[in-house]
Design a protein around this ligand. Sequence first.
Ligand code: FE
Ligand code: FE
Length: 327
Amino acid sequence: MTQSIAPEADFDAAPTLLDGAKNLILTAEHCNLSYWFTDVAQGTLAGRGATGHAPDAEIPDFMREIGNPLREALVLEFGFRALSEELATRVLSHYVANAPGIPEMEFFATQLVDEARHARVFREHLVELGVPRGRLFDEIEEMTVDYRRRVLGPVEEFTLDIVRDRKDFYGGVAVFTIVIEGVLAPAAELSERKWGVLNPAAGEISRGTSIDEIRHLVVGSTILRDHLLRAPDYRPRLLEILEAGRQLWNEVPDREYVIHREELFQKGMADHTDLLADYELWPGVRMLDTTPDERYDAAERWTDEMAESRMTFMGLPTDWLSGPAGE
Ligand code: FE
Ligand code: FE
């Protein structure tokens, strides 16, 4: 018996993260536990449950060469993302605890598992790249010490204050949907496009996580839209939280970490021009012709575009978005 998978959860048919996040509409009621078991666990993840990629997805030998800048760039990227996803999982436990109803509780239970899975597949790929399993947790901890303290720590505190301490579930959803996921998602899209051609296994891992992120972004947005329709009085507080979150993100020094990885990527890319040839990172632009700054700026631009379309969907103003955000 073949069962049809919802197109947005189908590994091959799902839209790109940017398209999906801008154009899809999904509710928490629809994306309940039964949807998750059938369309995600047995759909998106069919054949990819253990590692996030198909067993025969290639990992080229150069990706396992110690000292290869591409390997270094990916170890850092996936190590950092593993930590971000781990912290996201832990924070989400408060969303489950404070969910106002069963649909929201079920949805956030699935999102919690999604993020725990993301952390796992990013970590497991480090082992596939040659990090000794016995050193895995220590290595991630060592490489992320500063990033955790300077970038993730402040964002985590900000979120916990709202969702755990003030028990403001909707404020928490806003922070997660617009600020946290909204900022990380464009980086994920970029990652998928960059690695798909150099390391197909890593490309599949990123693709699978992006499919989940589409759901997180659009369901979060729908929860907020519906809440604002029911409780228009909440609007000023919501805008205040979003503004504060946006400001916080502008203050944390994430750029230097991303640029460091992009510089390694740049060096590595130059050694593999044969593989890349005319591969376009976005329409009309060959990846080989892009610079670390251009790639970072593209992700920033996508962040603004996505935030703008989600805010419009929720009936919120977007004028402040490009204000203090410019670098
Ligand atoms: Fe995630
Ligand atoms: Fe997510």
